[in-house]
Design a protein around this ligand. Structure first.
Ligand code: GLU
Length: 131
């Protein structure tokens, strides 16, 4: 079962999100990721595997990134791999989504969005939400 954490405050979000995800590890997961927002673009870091693997690919914490979301995934739609790990950005890169559960009508929504020119990068149901 997936885990979700979020932070908005005065501190850098990255270490707080990692600590929160570690507290949720007992729920089980196949991949983990973070989305962080400071003064620039949203920065996403994610990987298949354990939170320790995510920590290995993180940059130094940035104190300006004081808004963030984190996720541990239990795959239902698409393989447990890095591309399918959450968060998922919309096609403009301005919206990041983490999600627990299943979007029952995702196939219909995905087909419609693709007909509008939206390109998808993952196999997940979740990516229709960001788009
Ligand atoms: N259905 C989503 C996926 O497969 C969310 C799974 C979950 O709850 O972790 O990515």
């Amino acid at each position: 079962m997936c885990g979700i954490v979020a932070y908005l405050g005065k501190k850098g979000a990255q270490p707080i999100l990692i600590e929160g995800l570690k507290r949720l590890e007992y729920r089980g997961y196949d991949s983990a990721g973070l989305a962080l927002l400071g003064s620039g673009a949203i920065r996403v870091k994610k990987t298949r595997g354990r939170i320790s693997a995510l920590e290995e690919i993180l940059d130094e914490p940035n104190a300006d990134e004081n808004l963030g979301i984190g996720h541990t995934r239990w795959a239902t739609h698409g393989e447990p791999n890095t591309v399918n790990a959450h968060p998922h950005l919309d096609f403009t890169g301005k919206i990041a989504v983490v999600h627990n559960g299943i979007i029952e009508n995702y196939a219909t929504l995905k087909t419609w969005l693709q007909s509008e020119g939206v390109e998808f990068v993952s196999e997940t149901d979740t990516e229709v939400v960001s788009n």
